[in-house]
Design a binder for this molecule. Structure first.
Ligand code: IPE
Ligand code: IPE
Ligand code: MG
Length: 267
């Protein structure tokens, strides 16, 4: 067992993870992982079930993956739960998903607190019901103290919308004379995004085989490694996560430089 895992194991309780499998992993652990949790509908439909059943099954994968990431020492996990564009789905699916978020918030409360996972919900929360917003705010507050991993859940989120939001804020500051156009730097922009206080995104995973980003973390994905698996989200487990991490560990992240520059330790 790695020293990291040993420490972590002592701090964590009742994990729903296969710890032996996680201990066997010897590769790099990304600081920030984002997941496009896709394929719930297909998972259910292929079993003759309603799509909403697939979303409920997907919530179990969320618990597993959150706890596995926490165990491995990931600092931030960002999960795409509902996009801005998903509001356009049939009304019964949208309301079923909103009910599921409410259930998740109530059901996972104890586990998140016990395992020191801090919840943060990102996106256009104004579109959620006041009741759901209130439960989210309460759980965010309850899990903030002593958090060892941040779980960012993107709900009513769109990458373009996030960039527009920051752009409007910046334009207002310029209009008010509080900012000069030359002061608009990458750092400033970063500091105004939903992900402001999180480490750079290292790895983006998409399930269900779709080779697209679907409006997720468009700014942040710039130099993230991308991993796509055919596994549908409700079937995603520790083995699937370790498959993604193993692939990540084998990548050479060049950030525009040459492989030789990296080998010679030039920065
Ligand atoms: C992802 O699963 C969850 C949400 C978008 C809310 P889908 O519901 O997109 O499942 P598929 O892609 O139709 O199988
Ligand atoms: C992306 O999945 C959004 C989430 C996983 C929440 P979609 O199923 O909405 O993406 P598209 O429509 O296939 O691009
Ligand atoms: Mg989908």
């Amino acid at each position: 067992m790695s020293a990291l895992a040993q420490n972590t194991r002592q701090e964590l309780t009742d994990l729903e993870v296969n710890a032996d499998l996680l201990d066997a992993y010897k590769g790099h652990v990304p600081r920030h992982i984002a997941i496009i949790m896709d394929g719930n509908g297909r998972w259910a439909q292929s079993r003759g079930m309603k799509r909403i059943k697939g979303h409920h099954q997907g919530a179990h994968s969320v618990r597993h993956v959150v706890e596995a990431c926490r165990y491995l020492g990931v600092e931030t996990l960002t999960l795409y739960a509902f996009s801005e564009q998903n509001w356009g789905r049939p009304q019964d699916e949208v309301s079923g998903l909103m009910t599921l978020f409410d259930i998740y918030i109530k059901r996972e409360r104890k586990r998140l607190i016990k395992n020191n996972v801090g919840l943060k919900v990102i996106g256009d929360l104004e579109r959620l019901s006041p009741k759901l917003r209130k439960s989210i705010a309460e759980l965010e507050e309850a899990t903030a103290k002593g958090a060892k991993m941040t779980l960012q859940v993107a709900v009513s989120y769109g990458g373009r919308e996030e960039i527009l939001l920051v752009t409007r804020e910046i334009a207002k500051l310029v209009e008010q004379g509080k900012l000069k156009p030359d002061d608009i730097t990458e750092e400033l922009f970063n500091s105004m995004l939903f992900t402001a206080s999180q480490p750079e995104l290292d790895l983006m995973i998409r399930t269900s085989g779709e080779l697209r980003i679907s409006n997720f973390l468009l700014w942040q994905v710039a130099y993230a490694e991308i991993f796509v698996t055919d596994t549908l989200w409700p079937d995603f487990d520790e083995t699937s996560l370790l498959e993604a991490l193993t692939s990540y560990s084998q990548r050479e992240r060049r950030f525009g430089k040459t492989g030789d520059q990296l080998k010679s330790g030039e920065n």
